[in-house]
Design a protein around this ligand. Structure first.
Ligand SMILES: [Zn+2]
Length: 273
């Protein structure tokens, strides 16, 4: 059986991943009220029969979609509670409901975020990378920041991939530029360049950014001086408001597409000209 089929089977067995947080709690309550004892015993036995790795995998999957669902799962059973303590679950947990900059940190929240950070949570790595790299304070460690962004990229974080890819694309080193191009191509094929850009922009707007950290390579990727593969025809309309506008049209010059993104990155995300 393939990994994904095993996951599907486990999810169906547990019947938990499609529930919202409140539904999980409700279902747990209803079960206590209406389910005959032998049925609840068999559910509990079914959970116990799952290999721990698989249970952790399913719970990590739930956690990656919603912190609230994870929180509610902990209350459902002792087996769930134990599995949620696994480091892998902490690495995957979604921080979407937590602001990028916590202006009034509360102790409980701070210790939760600290544990995420220490466990190598992917979103934490990305956020820390952004803060370190673009920190206005010159004492911020740029290399650490870039390293965090790189690791988050390698672990599949899309917004990290956008920032890391763009930093490389702005480099004066041709090899790094090529690597940046690969990252951006991946995102474009996944139709998420614009959505990633918007999320990154939202975070960068909420902090002081030191834009001198990013190299400014003034030479364009496209060397064509005259009309370039339909780019000029499209340029007036190429606002790229969402990913549907960013069609992978091979008749248009790809380098011009990325020159446009570099300009946008400098001007609109970093406010550098
Ligand atoms: Zn071109």
């Amino acid at each position: 059986m393939t990994g994904s089929r095993v996951m599907k089977k486990a999810k169906a067995k547990l019947n938990i991943t499609t529930m919202t947080g409140s539904r999980i709690k409700k279902k747990a309550k209803n079960k206590r009220r209406h389910t005959p004892n032998n049925e609840s015993h068999s559910s509990s036995a079914a959970i116990k029969s799952l290999p721990r790795d698989l249970l952790v995998e399913v719970i990590a999957n739930v956690a990656s979609h919603s912190f609230i669902d994870l929180h509610n799962l902990k209350k459902c059973s002792k087996d769930f509670l134990n599995a949620t303590e696994d480091n892998y679950v902490w690495q995957q947990v979604s921080l979407e409901t937590f602001p990028f900059i916590e202006w009034y940190p509360m102790e409980k929240k701070s210790s939760f975020l600290e544990r995420c950070r220490k466990s190598g949570n992917i979103e934490s790595l990305y956020r820390e990378g952004l803060r370190e790299y673009f920190n206005h304070d010159p004492s911020g460690n740029i290399n650490h920041g870039l390293e965090f962004l790189k690791v988050a990229t390698q672990k599949g974080h899309k917004e990290a991939k956008y920032v890391y890819g763009m930093i490389l694309l702005c480099s004066k080193d041709d090899d790094l530029r090529k690597q940046g191009l690969e990252h951006m191509r991946f995102l474009r094929k996944s139709k998420c360049v614009i959505s990633c850009r918007k999320k990154v922009q939202r975070f960068l707007r909420s902090m002081w950014t030191n834009n001198s950290m990013v190299e400014h390579n003034l030479s364009t990727l496209c060397n064509c001086k005259s009309t370039c593969n339909g780019w000029r025809v499209k340029r007036g309309r190429w606002f790229l408001l969402d990913d549907d506008d960013d069609d992978y049209d091979t008749s248009l010059c790809e380098y011009c597409r990325w020159d446009h993104e570099i300009k946008y990155f400098y001007n609109r995300l970093l406010n550098a000209y």
